[in-house]
Design a protein around this ligand. Structure first.
Ligand SMILES: [Zn+2]
Length: 92
């Protein structure tokens, strides 16, 4: 898995870790590694004067916004219907 490939994907448009796994044709089990790579990407982008931003995961049932990037269940309504966090790059 290449860091640059992940960076160019999220520079193109906001993507979830799952979408990155799919776009790079990785094993679905690699999702955890993608999160690790995103942490590295954040540092690399900083050196380039860019910023990795995260739009929070949101409960699709009640609208609760999570602090965790990969939650499994809503603490407010207990729903597991969750829109995962999306990663993207800010140019400034
Ligand atoms: Zn909820």
């Amino acid at each position: 898995m290449r860091l640059e490939a992940i960076i160019s994907l999220i520079e193109e448009k906001p993507r979830t870790a799952k979408e990155i796994v799919f776009a790079l044709d990785l094993d679905p089990k690699m999702e955890k590694e993608v999160y690790e790579m995103l942490k590295k990407a954040s540092k690399v982008l900083k050196r380039r004067g860019k910023k990795l931003l995260v739009s929070p995961a949101v409960c699709k049932k009640c609208g609760f916004e999570f602090e965790s990037i990969n939650p499994s269940r809503c603490p407010r309504c207990k729903s597991e219907w969750i829109e995962p966090a999306k990663f993207f790059v800010s140019k400034d």
